[in-house]
Design a protein. Structure first.
Lengths: 566, 264
């Protein structure tokens, strides 16, 4: 799942297909370790829990040995990212909802980092022409989504999980019911839960040859068992049952019994978050502003009421106007005429969750000021695309009004600004520990973050550079930098010696004679990006007292103007 | 003109100035407290020894890179000490937060707004100044008509935010609703190679609403520590202290001798 998700996300964003994908995480002991990797990276020798630095050397060495790639091409075909556990869980939850086409009861496995889906197939098989046909259909559906899967059908959740993860053959049929299909990465299994004695016996036969880790045990328990030389389930079963619990904890016995069907385990259906959507179909298409205003007001009030009842607030509101087709054909592009009814969509992001109808309506109106409706409207719909819990505020008696209302007022300001100027126009800067001035700061949009964290969205992809990147606290000592940074402007500069400081240049429309100069500050970095930089920066004071930030590009000795000490 | 007449004229001018000041500042809300500019020398230049919350302050600059932005930013830093938000309206997307971090600005309560046209720029200023969550708004607003500035001034007055407007010197003759209009000019001082990196700025009080203008101070910004040097700055060959203030009242009271001395 992590690798498939990273591949899908990046190929959509960059249009490039990455061959080597490495996902890593920082651990308290041992630094950065590989969590998942693509097949090609695995064939180069990368393994899970391997130090990232070692994995990078292996991957780069492998790429060079296959082709004489230049460095930039290697880096463009390599994707190194922090493993995003929250993103994985969200993707799996979405997949669970999608899998409800096969079974009404779908859940995520009960684990800190789930990677499996559980489907209750009791009585479902005949609807699809048998369980074998159902397995094939599911496998095909996953393949169409470019996801590989391992599928097993068994009588208990434990047995299905064990077979999907540890069965050796791709398709081995056990009895008439059990199947497993082998492929890496994405795991999914369907199970039929039936707690009957004859099947227990068959289950035992099936599972005994599997390793003990197939029982969904904690890593420490597995390690302790292996220390004692107990590798397979059959060895475990030979031990006296009454001693297992005291020696290895309660979990071992529970998992064993669950796998064999002695202790029931149910599939708890995953419920997607409720959708808040309101719609108004107009009997007669209209473009009257008062009418549309009235409808919007009613819809916002209905939506706010639905949300408030669940103590939820909107973080991102999406809306759409269905337009009457053919009413004003000249206002539409030629290729769209005669196709589906046109729709004008808009989106409003909020800084803090809100279910106040007046506030939401104000934001929608601000957004609509910039929207043109080329034809009469036939329907209006509003959806709360992202929601969050409402923050309750307790009013105090003796607190000054100005002090109390600040966070709420800030949220209102951000919402208003983002509604009119756009989400990407209201930003919070964050300093990064990157020496290259262009990359020393990133901007995070404040409005409409929703459930996903902003840092995930703004993370740069496709290079190992971000390994070294970390947020820099603004309170730490910062180097002197200009207040204005501009795109580098080429300059004509006169210097006494070829590699010395400037004495005269032309900027801001006039000749500038340099009075004072501080530098050079050499910045040589970014080799892992497509174009590394090698620059000598100078702070210069001109005869008029103006201060500029200039640099000389060391590659070709050309001068550029990069900033103004305003 | 006798000495007695001259002193009478000074008194008359002072009395009139006090009345004008009383009229102009009568509507100011009492809860809007004072703010330091980040430099005690600069504070001493101002009529009330600091800036008023809920007002607009114009920082005029002759050329880019003249230091007006840094001085205004130091004032913004003081305004945000209570944890309220600083809004930077950045029409061209050129504001560089690492430059602000050097001068001790806390970036956590910083909001950067990037309007894409003039109308949105004016609207963003208005909305930001109107919000009670905002301590200060800093930026380069486009040349604005009197009505827009009046609207901003009322917005600031209603919320208690301070508007720090960086404007070109070309507007110095235009009427303004700003409480203060300051002209910041850099002074190039040739430094020896080993000398500390400092920046000398000359600040002139062009206009103070309801008060007398005309003072000048010179101060230095230490670019190694990020502090304002408060000691008296000596410059040129005369080694005169630059913290002297020249009052308009004195100029009005002694018009002829003043001109004569200037000619001399």
């Amino acid at each position: 799942m992590p690798v498939a998700r990273a591949r899908a996300g990046n190929s959509l964003a960059t249009g490039a297909g990455h061959r080597h994908i490495l996902l890593y995480e920082a651990r308290a002991k041992g630094g950065l370790k590989v969590v998942a990797c693509s097949n090609i990276a695995a064939s180069a020798g990368v393994r899970r829990n391997m130090p990232l630095a070692e994995a990078l050397v292996l991957v780069e060495g492998n790429a060079r040995s296959h082709r004489s790639d230049i460095e930039s091409e290697i880096s463009s075909r390599m994707l190194v990212e922090v493993h995003d556990t929250i993103g994985d869980r969200q993707a799996l939850e979405e997949l669970a909802v999608w899998c409800q086409q096969f079974s009404p009861m779908v859940s995520l496995e009960d684990a800190p980092r789930p990677d499996s889906l559980l489907l209750d197939l009791t009585g479902i098989g005949p609807l699809f022409g048998g369980e074998a046909a159902l397995v094939n259909r599911i496998e095909q559906a996953f393949a169409e989504r470019r996801l590989t899967s391992r599928i097993a059908i068994a009588e208990t959740i434990g047995a299905a999980w064990a077979l999907a993860h540890y069965a050796e053959s791709r398709k081995s049929e056990i009895g008439n019911r059990h199947q497993d299909a082998a492929a890496p990465s994405q795991s999914s299994r369907r199970l039929r839960f039936n707690n009957q004695a004859p099947q227990q016996r068959r289950l035992l036969v099936d599972l005994t040859s599997l390793p003990v880790a197939a029982l969904r045990l904690a890593a420490e328990t597995v390690a302790r068992l292996e220390e004692l030389g107990i590798d397979r389930i059959e060895q475990l079963l030979q031990l006296p049952r009454e001693t297992l619990s005291s020696r290895f904890g309660f979990e071992l016995l529970l998992r064993l019994d669950q796998a064999m069907g002695l202790v029931p385990e149910a599939v708890v259906t995953h419920k997607p978050p409720p959708e808040f959507e309101v719609e108004w179909l107009l009997e007669h298409a209209t473009d009257r502003q008062e009418m549309l205003d009235f409808v919007l007001e009613s819809l916002v009030a209905r939506l706010a009421h639905q949300l408030a009842a669940r103590r939820e607030g909107v973080l991102r509101l999406e809306g759409g106007f269905d337009l009457q087709p053919g009413l004003s054909p000249f206002s539409m592009p030629a290729e769209k005429r005669g196709t589906a009814p046109p729709c004008v969509r808009f989106s409003v992001g909020l800084f803090r969750a809100s279910a106040a109808p007046e506030h939401l309506l104000g934001l929608v109106r601000l957004r609509l000021e910039k929207l043109r409706l080329p034809a009469a409207v036939t329907a209006i719909r509003l959806t709360a695309a992202a929601t969050g819990p409402l923050e309750m505020e307790q009013h105090a008696l003796f607190v000054e009004k100005r002090d109390r209302a600040s966070p709420r007022h800030l949220a209102a300001l951000v919402d208003r600004l983002a509604s009119r100027l756009g989400r990407n126009a209201v930003l919070q800067p964050q300093l990064l520990a990157d020496a290259q001035p262009e990359h020393a700061c990133q901007y995070l949009p404040l409005a409409g973050r929703g459930r996903e964290s902003v840092s995930q969205k703004t993370r740069s992809r496709g290079s190992p550079s971000r390994i070294r990147e970390s947020r820099r606290d603004s309170s730490t000592c910062s180097p002197l930098r200009p207040l204005q940074l501009i795109d580098p402007v080429p300059l004509q500069v006169i210097a006494v010696v070829p590699e010395g400081p400037p004495i005269c240049f032309r900027a801001a429309g006039c000749e500038q004679r340099v009075v004072n100069v501080w530098g050079p500050e050499r910045i040589e970095t970014g080799w892992w990006r497509k174009r590394g930089v090698r620059r000598d920066y100078y702070r210069v004071e001109t005869h008029t007292g103006q201060r500029f930030w200039l640099f000389r590009r060391l590659a070709d000795q050309r001068w550029f103007w990069h900033g103004v000490f305003e | 003109m006798s000495q007695q007449d001259a002193s009478q004229r000074i008194e008359t001018v002072r009395a009139l100035a006090e009345r004008v000041r009383a009229l102009e500042t009568s509507r100011r809300l009492s809860s809007h407290d004072m703010l330091a500019t980040g430099s005690s020398l600069l504070d001493s230049l101002l009529p009330d020894q600091g800036l008023h919350r809920g007002t607009l302050v114009e920082w005029l600059f002759a050329r880019p890179g003249g230091g007006a932005g840094t001085l205004a930013l130091l004032a913004a830093r003081e305004a945000c000490r209570e944890g309220k938000t600083l809004v930077v309206v950045d029409r061209h997307g050129s504001f560089y937060p690492p430059g602000a971090a050097f001068w001790g600005l806390d970036l956590r309560p910083l909001l950067v707004v990037r309007p894409t046209n003039d109308a949105d720029d004016a609207w963003a200023w208005d909305q930001s100044l109107r919000s009670p969550a905002v301590a200060a708004v800093w930026g380069w607003p486009y040349p604005r008509d009197e009505q827009t500035l009046r609207r901003w001034q009322l917005a600031a007055e209603s919320s208690g935010a301070i508007g720090l407007l960086l404007r070109p010197e070309s507007v110095r003759a235009d009427p303004s609703w700003a409480e203060l209009r300051l002209l910041v000019k850099p002074i190039a001082v040739e430094r020896s190679p080993g000398e500390a990196s400092r920046r000398r700025l000359r600040v002139e009080l062009l206009r103070a609403r309801g008060s007398l203008a005309g003072g000048v101070v010179e101060l230095e910004l230490d670019e190694e520590t990020g502090r304002v040097i408060e000691q008296e700055v000596r410059h040129g060959t005369n080694h005169t202290t630059s913290a002297s203030r020249v009052h308009l009242a004195a100029q009005l009271a002694y018009p002829t001798p003043r001109r004569r001395s200037q000619r001399a």
